[in-house]
Design a binder for this molecule. Structure first.
Ligand code: ADP
Ligand code: AMP
Length: 213
């Protein structure tokens, strides 16, 4: 099964993708995580992507499409979290899947307001070691500043500051939201209320995806 998670930053795509990938045995491909890893390691991609990410802008399509071409598996199911984010990326994805003789089953749209996004992202903490995601109020770690899973240090992301969050929300509205119609026309889109709790959304996802093979 091949699934795309579409939605504004902070709508809970990563949280749900991590859970669902374990439950359904799917690979979780997050372009944001891959880019942050490249920035940390100082690779050529990381050096080129860094300034866009800090400003809350999208990294150029050509870099992202090359990245996805490198990491997309030939077989086995996967969840794309944070890709595609532009029409050019969506067309490139269609073409890649066609070449591999594969098909996208569903695109899940995470609906959420800008204010809820600001509240979530200004409280988000991410593990510097394993990437696990917490929230100061909604999902606090057992011990302050320490990851429950691996003991790594929890940090706030550079781009989770209010002005950058609002910029990222605007970028989503302008460049990514047109994909809602793109996938609606292809009959691939399912929407969910991303302001519900983590467990409730997880249940809905399992229901929506249960007959996908
Ligand atoms: P995205 O991957 O879409 O940017 P995340 O999964 O990182 O979003 O979630 C953003 C923040 O909101 C995190 O701090 C996370 O713990 C919290 N969060 C995720 N889903 C929910 C939810 N359903 N209700 C409340 N908080 C949530
Ligand atoms: P995310 O972790 O999904 O919130 O992404 C963090 C940042 O990485 C974004 O603000 C962009 O700068 C960049 N990024 C991630 N995925 C993409 C993509 N598909 N296209 C362009 N830029 C991306």
């Amino acid at each position: 099964m091949i699934v795309v998670f579409l939605g504004p930053p902070g709508s809970g795509k990563g949280t749900q993708a991590k859970k669902l990938s374990q439950e359904l045995g799917l690979l979780h491909i997050s372009t944001g995580d891959l880019l942050r890893d490249a920035v940390r390691k100082g690779t050529e991609l990381g050096k080129r992507a860094k300034e866009y990410m800090e400003k809350g802008e999208l990294v150029p399509d050509s870099l992202i499409i090359n990245l996805i071409e490198e990491v997309m598996p030939q077989d086995g199911g996967f969840i794309l979290d944070g890709f595609p984010r532009t029409t050019a990326q969506a067309l490139a994805l269609d073409e890649m899947l066609r070449k591999h003789g594969r098909e996208l089953q569903k695109v899940v749209l995470f609906n959420i307001s800008e204010e809820a996004v600001v509240e979530r992202l200004s409280g988000r903490l991410s593990c510097s070691q394993c990437g696990a995601v917490y929230h100061i109020k909604n999902h606090p770690p057992k011990k302050e500043g320490v990851c429950d899973l691996c003991g790594g240090e929890l940090l706030q992301r550079e781009d989770d500051r209010e002005e950058v969050i609002r910029k990222r929300f605007r970028v989503y509205a302008e460049q990514t939201r047109p994909l809602v119609d793109f996938y609606k026309e292809k009959n691939k889109l399912v929407s969910l209320d991303a302001e519900k709790g983590v467990e409730e959304i997880n249940k809905e996802l399992l229901e929506v995806l249960k007959d996908g093979s």
